[in-house]
Design a protein around this ligand. Sequence first.
Ligand code: UD1
Length: 342
Amino acid sequence: MSKVIVTGGTGYIGSHVAVDLINKGFEVIIIDDLSNSEISVLDGIEKITGTKPFFEKIDLCDKEATRIVFEKYSDIQGAIHFAASKAVGESVEQPIKYYKNNLQSLLNMIELMIEYKIDNFIFSSSCTVYGQPDILPVTEESPIKIAESPYGNTKQIGEEILTDQTKAPGNQMKFVCLRYFNPIGAHPTALIGEKPSGIPANLIPYITKTVKGELEQLTVFGDDYDTRDGTPIRDYIHVCDISSAHVLAFERLLNNANTENLEIYNLGSGEGHTVLEIINAFESSTGEKVNYKIGPRRAGDVIATYANNDKAKTQLGWKLKYTLQDMTRSAWAWEQKMSQAN
Ligand code: UD1
């Protein structure tokens, strides 16, 4: 059976992709150092799929420790690389940690894959590479802007490293970079989802924890932007739709259907929503009230961004299944399930 490495596979997006891969018949090898996730996620994956993935607790910055995986398992077809630090604010405070963690791990994975002749690699990138786009919606050809944070820069540099590798003489590797917009929601079973450590920086976990009473009040970061209600616009997309695109992209690589050795796809719903629209969607889909106030703008926030997702639809055959109401409702179901578990 085909094996696939999923780095960061106990994390938010990685765990959903592990489920989809297992359901498609792949054997999944998760590598994660559990620095920002919990081992119990494996139980969630097993409950959903009936199969426990292989698991290796390894820090990918340790190349020789990572090598053990390549020695231990045969028939590895490729890797989907999620493992990375992702808190934008923390990356500004600790840039070296971010460059080291996110780039060293990537370099180690690529070196090992070249050495063991495993060609297929999917890289988690972000819409943050576009900064504030001049034209909306954003296509894959939209210009890359100077990164606003060390985190964002690690994604840009990561893409550049992979691009340069495709130009190296004798290169056999094939890459897909998936640029995520704002993944939210949780698996329909509510057995896996987003579990931020500490106070969440992102909108949806902040909302669910406020409604649950763990946090007092949501602050909406500014209502004086040049948008329809004054709050910033983002492209929110269900994590299960994000996940299905990974499986399609991986199959495309396996089938040699890729037309270039590095392909880039935007993963967004194609629609932009303001912060207040998200609060409304949450309230109408769950029947819960969100306690919020308007506060000052957050440094580094862009006004508006949302995706043109035609390329992923056409070339990957990607179909979106979930609505905004599904996203907010499933996020709430997961938050409630987490409190039952504790
Ligand atoms: C952020 C990062 C992005 C990264 C992504 C990873 C910034 C500027 N961008 O995206 O690079 O890829 O996280 O998850 O940090 N909001 C509030 N109150 C809150 C939290 C958020 O009003 O307590 C608003 C924000 O101003 C924004 C929207 O909600 O308009 C979404 O914010 P968030 O969930 O943090 O995502 P991004 O900022 O889009």
